[in-house]
Design a protein around this ligand. Structure first.
Ligand code: FE
Ligand code: FE
Ligand code: ZN
Length: 276
């Protein structure tokens, strides 16, 4: 049994997302906790959140993987942007408790020229302030493509942060197949070894979710342009290998491919058809 789903719009509320995902054939999904461009979030309708939780249970869903806004940069060089990001993070931790025991995924941040260590200092401080608000949520750092000054382009960079966060038992990692490929990991040629490396540096017990994407670019391009499954440089063979890897079974697989509903439904169908 595989948990597969895609990124959904939250504009019609929580229960609507669950129902929509079932229509697409999925049994997990991702959503933005607020406008992806950041800013003030809609108030949470508690009854709607509860209705979703019941719906997920009835339909045997895997864990959801909520996504922080793309614009949230915890390690900006501007104090007001850092504060804005941290306020959003703390607020999101509180919001996530309306849908308890799920995952919350975020991009570590871009240090914008301040250097890796300075950037990490800000990220670590922010996590130390925000994580006490995560009562039941596991917060996932995403593996990044290494575009610009993005932090999290290697497993070592993610572990550098995890090592220094006080409540690190609340942290996990979301493995993005497009990003890791773009950052240089050989997903196509030697995925076993990529996971071995992940295990030796971070530990596979931290790998909680997978973003299942093909890539528009060659390995190590550091571009971060997602492609539909099988239409990019990863290809269906490598993606099948990832989907069926024994060490990844039971984890939620989230599609962030450039698709509308029909395309997602087709990809979900394909993933199920090759999953053994
Ligand atoms: Fe992401
Ligand atoms: Fe991703
Ligand atoms: Zn991406």
């Amino acid at each position: 049994m595989i948990y597969i789903g895609n990124h959904l719009s939250a504009s019609k509320g929580y229960l609507a997302m669950g129902k929509h995902e079932v229509k697409l054939g999925g049994n997990t999904f991702a959503f933005f906790t607020r406008n992806p461009r950041g800013g003030k979030a809609k108030d949470i309708d508690e009854d709607d959140a509860k209705a979703l939780m019941t719906f997920l249970e009835e339909n045997n869903f895997g864990k959801l993987v909520a996504h922080a806004p793309y614009t949230m940069n915890l390690c900006s060089d501007k104090e007001n942007i850092r504060k804005f990001a941290l306020d959003m993070f703390i607020d999101d931790m509180k919001r996530m408790e309306y849908t308890p025991n799920q995952y919350y995924n975020f991009h570590p941040g871009s240090h914008v020229g301040q250097g890796f260590e300075k950037g990490c200092e800000y990220i670590i401080n922010a996590l130390n302030v925000a994580l006490p608000e995560a009562k039941t949520t596991t917060v996932l750092l995403e593996t990044m493509a290494g575009k610009g000054s993005e932090i999290g382009r290697t497993f070592e960079e993610l572990q550098y942060i995890i090592d220094r966060v006080e409540l690190s038992d609340k942290l996990g990692v979301c493995f993005d197949t497009c990003h890791t490929w773009d950052s240089g990991y050989d997903i196509v040629g030697d995925f076993d070894n990529v996971l071995k490396e992940f295990d030796s540096i971070i530990g596979l017990e931290r790998l909680k979710a997978v973003h299942l994407n093909d890539s528009m670019n060659e390995r190590e391009a550091h571009k971060d342009r997602h492609e539909k499954l099988g239409e990019g440089y990863l290809g269906k063979e490598a993606l099948s290998y990832v989907i069926n890897h024994p060490l990844l079974q039971g984890k939620p697989f989230i599609l962030e491919t450039p698709n509308e509903d029909d395309g997602y439904a087709e990809e979900i169908k394909w993933v199920r058809s090759i999953n053994n």
